[in-house]
Design a protein around this ligand. Structure first.
Ligand code: G
Ligand code: G
Ligand code: MN
Ligand code: NA
Length: 250
């Protein structure tokens, strides 16, 4: 309960901050997008990671206010970046189900002037678990606006692949557990290759998460993954620390 009170006050006091992590082309290393990752600078407890407060925000309904702040802030920030760099924003399943997501997204785009083509939303398979007609309708409306939709943490959780034929995702983000075990376990390479082929057949980009070494990057490239993300490519950093080269990130 204490955390919940702190959370309400923290939102009002501007204690939340977005960090940004690069998503790059696997071959050319060209910057494609930045993923917004929320952090909480707690006055006493220091920097708090989202897995400590997102669930609480979902349970208390505060995820609506937090999600709105995140979308507004991420779009406003991205509007100042080079045109070819997209902004990827995580949408929690509860935010997806219980809030007026389309309105909130439209407002963030209008207020920031960010073209919809530069916004990518990331949803997890958890959203699809309670798949309903209006979820599908929201996703289709987002796509019709030009916003892209990525399926986050792909390959974990709910292994039904049938929803891939129900909705045309733009990107499959291969969960970092597959990247982590690439060198240690043979079958992980096979799974990554299978997902890459699946993506190609369904006309979806593939991205490998959690790339932490050159060896992993080389294997992912060989497997034909389109994009990569991870500490080896770039760590999440606050907006003030971002540096953009023209078309390239060093
Ligand atoms: O950034 P970090 O690795 O600590 O994130 C941990 C988890 O929190 C991840 O599952 C990530 O998707 C989630 N997360 C990070 N930022 C956001 C956000 O802005 N909104 C939502 N809904 N989840 C986020
Ligand atoms: O669930 P989602 O993919 O949105 O989670 C993203 C989280 O993964 C971020 O909070 C980020 O801190 C974390 N992350 C990003 N790159 C790496 C990495 O290379 N290794 C590990 N272990 N975590 C990472
Ligand atoms: Mn994500
Ligand atoms: Na992920």
């Amino acid at each position: 309960h204490r955390l919940e009170v702190d959370f309400r006050e923290g939102l009002a006091r501007g204690e939340f901050e977005l960090y940004y992590q690069p998503l790059v082309d696997a071959v050319t290393q060209q910057l494609r997008a930045m993923e917004a990752l929320v952090r909480w600078n707690h006055p006493d407890k220091g920097l708090i990671a989202p897995d400590r407060f997102i669930a609480m925000a979902e349970d208390t309904g505060l995820v609506g206010a937090l999600g709105e702040w995140i979308l507004q802030t991420a779009c406003a920030e991205a509007a100042t970046w080079p045109d070819h760099v997209k902004i990827a924003v995580n949408i929690s399943p509860v935010q997806f189900r219980k809030t007026n997501l389309l309105d909130v997204i439209m407002c963030a785009l209008v207020d920031s002037g960010l073209p919809p083509e530069r916004l990518e939303i990331e949803i997890t398979e958890r959203v699809l678990l309670e798949w309903q007609a209006d979820h599908l309708s929201i996703l289709h409306q987002l796509k019709n606006l030009g916003i892209s939709v990525a399926l986050d943490d792909f390959g974990t959780g709910y292994s039904s692949l049938s929803y891939l034929t129900t909705f045309p995702f733009d990107k499959l983000k291969i969960d970092r557990s597959f990247t982590r075990d690439l060198l240690a376990r043979d079958h992980c390479g096979a799974i990554v290759c299978a997902i890459v082929n699946l993506g190609r057949s369904l006309d979806m980009l593939t991205l490998a998460e959690g790339v932490e070494s050159e060896a992993q990057l080389r294997m992912l490239r060989a497997a034909g993954v389109d994009q990569v993300q991870g500490y080896y490519i770039g760590r999440p950093a606050p907006a003030r620390d971002l540096v953009f080269e023209t078309g390239r990130r060093q």
